[in-house]
Design a protein around this ligand. Structure first.
Ligand code: SF4
Ligand code: MSK
Length: 664
C-alpha cells in the first residue's frame, strides 16, 4: 500500500516552502519531501543494527544477543557504525579546511592572483597558535608559512594538533589523561576506518573513545582551521543587514544561487556578478541586473561577509528551482541533493557543479581552479545570464525576513567589551547575575522525515522566552533568520525580561548567527573564552550551556555533536538516534561519556523534551557554580521598551507609575 503523502502544511512550517510544496503537488514535481513520504526508512539500519562492512554479511541483527557471521555483537556493530559516521563527518569538514589552506598558499606564492590576505590580524593570531614566527614579517611571507603549518596539521609525523591549546587547561588535561588528543587530522580519520574494518577493534567503548579523538581532530583541527583560513582570506565577519527566504529572488533579474559549503569560488562569483561588464551582459539578455542568493552553508559564508541574501536552507534547494526564477544554481561540496538535476530538467535552470570532488550526472561541470578564479566565475555568470531568456512562468513567494548576521567570536568580544577591551566579561556577568539564564547552541540541518523548520522554531522560541541566549550556525540559523529572530528588535518581542535587557543594552539580536557548519568552531572558541574569563568555572563542562541539532541529517552533525561532547558539552539531537536499537551503545555515549569527559549525547524527537532537558541542565550547572536561581521577575524593569511603555501611558497613569500613591 502506498504511503500517505503529507500535506504541504504537515511537511513544512515555513510559508514560502508551503506555497512551493503546493505547486510541486499540483504539478507532480518530485522533492525530498515526497521521496521521504514514499521511501520508508529501513528500521534495522535506522536503529544502527545492520553491518555491511564485509561480504560475509550484510548482517541484520534484529534481537538482543544475536551476532553477525563473524560473531560481532550488536554493541560492536553499533559503535562501528557510529564511529564511521564521525569519520565521514570529520573528513568533510576537514578536507574543506585543507583546500582553504592550499588556496592561502597559492595566494601567498602569487599563483592565485584573485585572492589575498584580507585579515592580517587574524593571520598573525593563527601564526601564534601554529608556532610560526610572527615578528615584522611581510604578510605574504607569513601567509605562506601559516598555510604550510596548517597543511602540516593534517598529516604531521609527531605531536598533537596545535590548536588543542586553545581549549581551557583543564580540558586539555582530560584529553591527555584519556589519551584522546588527536595527533593529526587525517590520522584519526584513517585510524577510525582501520579500527572499524572487519576483525579489528571489537570493543564498543574502545571504538567510541577513538570516535571522540577523531571528532576532536575535526572541531579543534579541521573545522577551526577552515574558519580561521576563511577569515584570513575573505575577512572576519562583522554585522551586516540582509534578508532571508525565497522572496529574495527577483522576477526581473538573473538569479544565481550559490549552494554548498565553500566560500572560495562563491566569493569570486559575487565579485563577477557586480562587475559592470557582467551587469551589461545580463541586460543584453533582457534582465534588469543580477541577483545573488544562497542555500545552505555557502550561503552562510557569503552572508556573513558580504551580506548576500539567504534563499533558504537545506530543504529549500529543490523548492528554489520550482519558483522557475533560478537561472543557475552553482554548487560546490556537501548537502547538494542529486534530485536537483532531475528537477532542473523540468525548468530552464542550469545546475553547475564546480568541485573536482563533486560531480553530478547530468549537471554542467565547470571545474573551479583557484589560479584563474575570477575568469571561471565570469564564465559561470555569463552562462546564468544566457538561461534568463529561457524562463517560463515564475512563482516567487512573497516571504522575506530581515536579519543581522556576522557574529564572529571576535565581534562578540568587541560588541560586549568595546574596541580596547574586547571581552566576554559582560556575557559572563549577565549569566552570573541570572539576566541570561544560560546559552544554547542550536545548529544543524533540516530533515524531510520531520516537519521542516518546526523543531528549530519551537526550541528557539522557548529558549528566548526563558532568557536563554541562542547562538546558531548552518541551516538552523537560516530557519531562525526566516522566523525574524536575527534582529535586535526580536529581543523586544520574543525574549524574556533579562535577555531583553542585555540585548537592548548591547543592541544585539537574541539569536546570534555565527556562520556555517565549520564555524561551530567559533562556538568552541566562545565557550573556551567564557571558561577562562572567570566566574563560570574553569572548563567548558562547567558552563550553563547546551548544544543541539534538532533536525539533523548529516554525518557532519554527528561529528560536531561528538566533538562538543568530548569538549565537555551536553548535546541533544532531535529526530532519531543512529544507535537507538542498541542499549549498550546508548549507555556509552550518555552516562559513560559523561563520566569520562563531562559531556553526554542524547537523542529525542520530542521538542518539549529538548527544552525541558536543556533548561534542567542549565539550572543544574548554575546551581553547581553557586549562581542565583533563575528568577525572571528580577529583570525587565529597565530598558528602552519600559521607557516607551511609560511614554505611551495616559497622563494620570504616568504620574501614578512615576510617583506611586504619594502623588495623589
Ligand atoms: Fe557481518 Fe561481521 Fe561482516 Fe559485519 S563484519 S557484515 S557483522 S560478518
Ligand atoms: S548545510 S550539514 S544541511 S546545517 Fe551546512 Fe545545513 Fe546540515 Fe548541510
Amino acid at each position: 500500500m502506498a504511503k500517505k503523502l503529507r500535506t504541504p502544511e504537515e511537511a513544512s512550517c515555513d510559508p514560502a516552502s508551503i506555497t512551493l510544496l503546493e505547486l510541486a503537488s499540483e504539478n507532480d514535481y518530485e522533492t525530498a519531501f515526497s521521496r521521504a513520504d514514499s521511501t520508508a526508512a529501513c528500521p534495522i539500519g535506522a536503529d544502527g543494527m545492520c553491518c555491511k562492512i564485509c561480504a560475509m554479511g550484510p548482517c541484520r541483527l534484529v534481537k538482543k544477543g544475536q551476532t553477525g557471521v563473524c560473531g560481532a555483537t550488536l554493541e560492536t556493530v553499533g559503535a562501528r557504525n557510529f564511529g564511521r559516521m564521525v569519520a565521514a563527518g570529520a573528513a568533510g569538514h576537514s578536507d574543506h579546511g585543507r583546500d582553504l589552506a592550499y588556496t592561502l598558499l597559492a595566494a601567498a606564492e602569487g599563483h592565485a592572483p584573485d585572492y589575498q590576505v584580507r585579515d592580517p590580524a587574524k593571520l598573525r593570531e593563527m601564526a601564534r597558535y601554529l608556532d610560526v614566527e610572527v615578528d615584522e614579517r611581510p604578510v605574504d611571507e607569513l601567509a605562506r608559512d601559516v598555510a604550510l603549518a596548517a597543511i602540516g596539521e593534517f598529516g604531521k609525523a609527531q605531536g598533537e594538533i596545535l590548536y588543542l591549546k586553545r581549549a581551557p587547561k583543564k580540558r586539555q588535561e582530560i584529553w591527555k589523561k584519556l589519551g584522546i588528543e588527536p595527533r593529526n587530522i587525517d590520522r584519526e580519520i584513517v585510524e577510525m576506518m582501520h579500527r572499524t574494518h572487519i576483525g579489528n577493534d571489537q570493543d564498543a567503548e574502545h571504538i567510541l573513545d577513538h570516535a571522540m579523538r577523531c571528532a576532536l581532530g575535526d572541531g579543534w583541527g579541521g573545522s577551526m582551521l577552515a574558519t580561521d583560513l576563511s577569515d584570513v582570506l575573505f575577512g572576519t565577519p562583522g554585522p551586516v543587514l540582509s534578508e532571508a527566504n525565497l522572496g529574495v529572488l527577483q522576477a526581473d533579474e538573473v538569479n544565481i544561487i550559490i549552494h554548498g559549503h565553500e566560500p572560495t569560488l562563491s566569493e569570486m562569483i559575487i565579485a563577477a556578478a557586480t562587475d559592470p561588464e557582467m551587469i551589461e551582459y545580463a541586460k543584453s539578455k533582457g534582465a534588469k541586473g543580477i541577483t545573488m542568493s544562497g542555500i545552505c552553508c555557502t550561503a552562510n559564508e557569503a552572508l556573513m561577509r558580504q551580506g548576500v541574501p539567504l534563499a533558504g536552507n537545506f530543504l529549500q534547494q529543490e523548492l528554489a528551482i520550482i519558483t522557475g526564477a533560478v537561472d543557475a544554481m552553482v554548487v560546490d561540496i556537501q548537502c547538494i541533493m542529486q534530485g536537483i538535476v532531475k528537477l532542473a530538467d523540468q525548468f530552464h535552470t542550469e545546475i553547475i557543479t564546480t568541485s573536482r570532488k563533486a560531480k553530478i550526472t547530468g549537471a554542467t561541470h565547470i571545474e573551479f581552479d583557484e589560479h584563474r578564479a575570477l575568469e571561471i566565475a565570469k564564465d559561470i555568470v555569463r552562462l546564468a545570464c544566457d538561461r534568463f531568456p529561457e524562463r517560463g512562468d515564475t512563482h516567487i513567494p512573497d516571504e522575506t525576513a530581515e536579519l543581522i548576521p556576522g557574529f564572529s567570536h571576535e565581534y562578540i568580544n568587541y560588541a560586549l567589551g568595546g574596541t580596547y577591551r574586547g571581552s566576554l566579561r559582560p556575557l559572563n556577568d549577565a549569566i552570573m547575575s541570572g539576566r541570561i539564564r544560560g546559552v544554547v547552541a542550536n545548529i544543524g540541518c533540516n530533515n524531510p522525515r520531520v516537519r521542516h523548520d518546526e523543531m528549530h522554531r519551537y526550541v528557539v522560541t522557548e529558549f528566548l522566552k526563558n532568557d536563554v541566549l541562542v547562538v546558531e550556525t548552518g541551516c538552523g540559523a537560516i530557519a531562525s533568520a526566516k522566523q525574524g529572530y536575527l534582529t535586535p528588535e526580536a529581543a523586544l518581542e520574543f525574549a524574556g525580561p533579562g535577555l531583553r535587557e542585555v540585548c537592548e543594552t548591547v543592541g544585539m539580536p537574541p539569536v546570534l548567527h555565527l556562520g556555517s557548519c565549520v564555524d561551530n568552531s567559533r562556538i568552541l572558541t566562545v565557550l573556551a573564552q567564557m571558561a577562562t574569563e572567570g566566574g563560570l568555572g574553569d572548563d567548558i563542562s562547567d558552563i550553563p550551556a547546551v548544544g543541539m541539532a534538532p533536525e539533523w541529517m548529516s554525518e557532519k552533525a554527528i561529528s560536531i555533536a561528538t566533538y562538543c561532547v568530548a569538549s565537555g558539552a551536553y548535546v541533544i539531537m532531535g529526530h532519531s538516534s543512529p544507535v537507538s536499537g542498541i542499549e549498550g551503545v546508548t549507555q556509552l555515549i550518555t552516562d559513560r561519556w559523561e563520566e569520562k569527559v563531562g559531556g553526554r549525547l542524547e537523542f529525542t524527537n520530542e521538542p518539549e523534551e529538548v527544552v525541558r532537558r536543556s533548561l534542567a541542565h542549565i539550572d543544574k550547572k548554575r546551581a553547581a557554580l553557586g549562581l542565583p536561581e533563575y528568577d525572571p521577575d528580577k529583570w525587565g524593569k529597565s530598558g528602552d521598551w519600559r521607557i516607551q511603555e511609560f511614554i505611551e501611558l495616559p497622563f494620570a497613569e504616568k504620574i501614578e507609575a512615576a510617583y506611586g500613591n504619594s502623588a495623589k
